[in-house]
Write a protein that binds this ligand. Structure first.
Ligand code: M6R
Length: 622
């Protein structure tokens, strides 16, 4: 969950590393550090606790560190408290002071992931005379590389491969060897890392935005592979030390999409990018008004024989699965189960033979989702991944990938990726329904038309965002919020509630409106804010009556509904209307005011909207 950047070329490395790290700061941010090499001089390591700007100030934005080869890291603590000593890079020798300064170590490195057996390895290294200065698992792995390097004759490939065989867990490792100036060595297992090349320059990063400004030509380093980076060239090796050939891929993302472009926060920028994310996702697969079934990797016969679909994801990705469940079951009449990846992977997986597992992930690197995918594959079940990041682990391992076209998403709180995932779920449902004959051709075309109309409707909601801001300003001191709804409205409540708690730190819960009476209602007291989402005509009266029940116990009610449902004003204190659409797709519209509410509440409380405390964008550890 940390961020890694490396550079070797003809320019000064430190400013490039700091710039790259600033694009990754959302991945982890309790400390940061860089190691820079100037020719054959030993690496100079500088670290600091706190945000990246502390490191930038300390090094005059990298200008005080000379050298054209270097590695950098932003940390999200797993082993050892956030401190300068525990910050990366780590060194194989004894560190001076609290971890900064010139070092004479052979190996210096940064790491993303978790080394599960580091205690056992540390014991071994202590017996061999190594001394430890930090509480991290990373220091152990760096010292283990040094141990093998010295034992087996100064060969980085061999030393790294031997280390990889000994360690258990996940890692993206980025190393420099004192006796190999001008080279960066990398290795990975179950932790993301890409390598970019440009004219005479080579970059490595744990995530695309870090290098997007410099190059879009990338190599994907596979699991259990090693690479040697020199200016403009990369050589790959397997665990046996044999060279592997790889093709370059081109990233289609635009470098500007990872910039704020005048917005105060990435979250607000990404909220406004939702119409484009939807249009781009539709345009990628809908040709002449139709979807080609092969984009889902299934034949008509296979769709007709599907006995079950299991949708797996975490957080908001899971929430899009809940929406898809309602839509798919209603349209295509296929039983759908929606599973939290972290639970699913440790349960007895009952997956019928003619079933499909759909894993949903923005990053394509979420550890639990990746593991659930692997287990489904091991059982011989067909898998489809709905993923945003091209070339990510989930995208590479699934039988088939449906890429959402949201572009880089920087804010920790997902918005545009969520919206694009909903579109993927709708397309899957509509197409399967047509193939199975549960909707007519006419209905299919009508629903496709509705999908294309969603972006303009979102624009319309965004035009009126100040009204939400005004409402939220009045609620700035709210303590608890309850989101209630039925059916698809309940599914969108799950997302609205998550948005609120993750960025504004306000306790919130999403409840199926009919469940309130079974316990939660006791929490309602004078002034408790309850937000009722009511977009489904057939469920309107039912939810309104649940809202009346909480109102009579003192709740302050906000209603979120579609234009036309004006009767809601008889019950609620404040109403937000969204445009009408096919009722299967209302989540795409009703989620927008809920995202805005979370955003404005976070801003009004003076919080860090894009980088909420304790959270990271990609959860690459379980
Ligand atoms: O990258 P993924 O889509 O697999 O991430 C899953 C969740 O971690 C993610 O949706 C998380 O819940 C968001 N921060 C919510 O805004």
């Amino acid at each position: 969950m940390c961020g890694i950047v490396g550079f070797v070329g003809n320019r000064q490395a430190a400013p490039i590393l700091l710039d790259g790290l600033s694009k990754l700061e959302y991945r982890g941010y309790d400390s940061a550090g860089v190691a820079i090499r100037n020719g054959s001089e030993p690496a100079k390591v500088v670290k600091s606790q706190g945000r990246l700007r502390v490191l930038a100030e300390k090094t005059d934005n990298g200008r005080t560190l000379l050298g054209t080869c270097g590695i950098g890291h932003t940390r999200w603590a797993t082993h050892g408290e956030p401190s300068k000593k525990n910050a990366h890079p780590h060194v194989s020798g004894n560190c001076t002071g609290s971890g900064s300064g010139d070092v004479e170590s052979e190996v210096v490195g940064v790491h993303n992931g978790i080394i599960e057996n580091y205690k056992e390895l540390k014991e071994k290294l202590l017996k061999h005379g190594y001394q430890f200065y930090s509480q991290t698992d990373t220091e152990t792995v760096i010292k283990l590389v040094d141990y093998y390097f010295k034992k087996y004759g100064d060969d980085p490939v061999n030393a790294i491969a031997k280390t990889m065989v000994r360690v258990r867990g996940s890692y993206a490792l980025c190393l420099m060897f004192k006796s190999h100036p001008g080279e960066i060595w990398v290795a990975r297992k179950d932790s993301p890392m890409i390598i970019g090349v440009a004219d005479g320059e080579t970059y490595v990063a744990s995530d695309v935005p870090a290098i997007l400004e410099y190059t879009r030509q990338v190599y994907y380093i596979g699991n259990l592979e090693i690479a040697r980076l020199v200016p403009g060239e990369v050589t790959f090796f397997n665990l046996d030390g044999d060279e592997i050939r790889k093709e370059l891929s081109e990233i289609s993302w635009d470098a500007n999409s990872a910039q704020l472009e005048g917005y105060e926060h990435f979250m607000m920028k990404e909220i406004h990018e939702q119409p484009k994310a939807i249009t781009d996702t539709l345009s990628a697969v809908v040709k002449d008004g139709r979807i080609d079934l092969s984009v889902f990797g299934l034949t008509e016969e296979e769709v007709q024989n599907l006995s079950q679909i299991t949708i797996v994801g975490c957080g908001s990705a899971y929430h899009t699965g809940v929406v898809t469940q309602y839509v798919m079951e209603d349209l295509a009449k296929i039983p759908v189960r929606v599973e939290l990846a972290s639970e699913f992977r440790y349960r007895t997986m009952l997956l019928p033979p003619n079933s499909l597992v759909v894993v949903v992930s923005q990053s394509g690197e979420t550890a639990d989702t990746l593991e659930a995918l692997r287990q489904a594959k091991e059982k011989g079940i067909r898998t489809l991944a709905i993923v945003n990041v091209m070339g990510s682990s989930i995208a590479r391992e699934a039988d088939k990938v449906f890429y959402t076209m949201a572009g880089p998403e920087i804010a920790v709180a997902t918005t545009k990726a969520y919206s694009a995932q909903l579109i993927a779920g709708y397309l899957l449902s509509i197409e399967f329904a047509l193939v199975r004959g549960t909707i007519s051709e006419e209905k299919y075309l009508e629903m496709m038309g509705e999908l294309w109309a969603l972006p303009a409707k979102i624009e319309k909601i965004l035009e009126d965002k100040e009204r939400i801001q005004w409402f939220v300003a009045k609620q700035a001191n709210v303590q608890d919020v309850f989101f209630i709804g039925r059916g698809i409205d309940y599914a969108v409540c799950l997302e609205g509630s998550l948005k609120m708690k993750e960025i504004s730190y306000v306790h919130s819960e999403a409840y199926a409106a009919g469940e309130l009476k079974h316990g939660t209602m006791s929490l309602i007291e004078d002034g408790t804010l309850v937000i009722g989402v009511v977009t489904q005509k057939d469920l309107f009266d039912k939810t309104i009556s649940n809202m009346s029940e909480v109102k009579s116990r003192g709740a302050y009610l906000m209603g979120l509904t579609t234009y036309g449902h004006y009767a809601i004003e008889d019950t609620v204190h404040f109403t937000v209307y969204v445009p009408k659409t096919d009722e299967h797709f209302t989540a795409s519209l009703s989620v927008i005011p809920l995202q805005l509410m979370g955003y404005y509440l976070s801003v009004s409380r003076g919080l860090d909207v894009d980088k909420p405390r304790n959270l990271a964008k990609s959860v690459t550890v379980e």
